[in-house]
Ligand binder design. Structure first.
Ligand SMILES: [Zn+2]
Length: 238
């Protein structure tokens, strides 16, 4: 099986590389690389391509919440809102993210020196970091809100990237939370925090456990349901 691809010449490209998008495969090559070399390059990377195409189609079929490309004017899911991405450039070397809460805007300043074809990946990467920090802060606030009621104090809180779970509570009450919850409603994050806090008392999902969850959040079933229904899309990430 072979793939159709488009060749894009780039004076900035140092090596030939493959870019798999939902609608096409691109080979980005420096001007001096011949078509024959490109053909050989693609032939050598058939296995890699097959997997990459699979990943992209899987992602497209579950219909990710996130934009397929990060550019000016796209909407980025964040808790109960959609933040408008507003790009500008600055002479600094690092990418800066600033959340304009009042306007539901995410201001992203890109280094002028960054190649345009790298913008989307760099923005995605920076937004993941930004959301992790938000997750840490908000989860901490929710712990402060709920922990004192029944003395459910975790030993530590860690924010992780996980593809199959929202959170966990270890044997020593170390709580891990998945930052992808920032793409879900704030109430869902609160539910997961409470769920893990309740595991400090009950290391199971017994009736007593669920009763304790309900003491904190009488409507927790709604959030649980929401996560069951939309979880797969949220797990697609940014
Ligand atoms: Zn549990």
């Amino acid at each position: 099986m072979s793939f159709d691809y488009q060749i894009r010449r780039s004076t900035r490209a140092k090596n030939t590389r493959l870019v798999v998008k939902p609608d096409k495969i691109e080979v980005v090559a420096p001007p001096h690389v011949s078509e024959k070399q490109i053909k050989a390059f693609v032939a050598q990377h058939q296995d890699w391509l097959r997997q990459a195409v699979q990943r992209v189609t899987d992602k497209a079929s579950v219909n990710s919440l996130a934009p397929s490309e990060y550019r000016d004017g796209v909407l980025v899911p964040f808790q109960d809102s959609q933040l408008l991405l507003n790009l500008s450039f600055h002479p600094a070397k690092t990418l800066k993210v600033h959340h304009l809460v009042s306007d539901d805007k995410l201001l992203v300043k890109l280094p002028i020196s960054l190649a345009p074809e790298q913008h989307s990946d760099h923005i995605r990467h920076a937004l993941s970091h930004w959301m992790k920090r938000q997750a840490q802060q908000q989860a901490q606030l929710m712990i402060e809100k709920h922990a004192p009621r029944f003395g459910l104090h975790p030993r530590s809180l860690r924010i992780k990237t996980q593809k199959s779970r929202w959170g966990s509570c270890g044997p020593n009450n170390d709580i891990n939370l998945n930052w992808l919850l920032m793409l879900a409603p704030a109430a869902a994050l609160e539910y997961v925090v409470v769920h893990e806090l309740c595991h400090i008392k009950h290391k199971n999902h017994s009736a007593a456990f669920w009763q304790l969850v309900a003491e904190h959040l009488p409507n927790y079933q709604q959030q649980r349901h929401w996560l069951k229904q939309h979880g797969a899309r949220v797990m697609q990430g940014l």
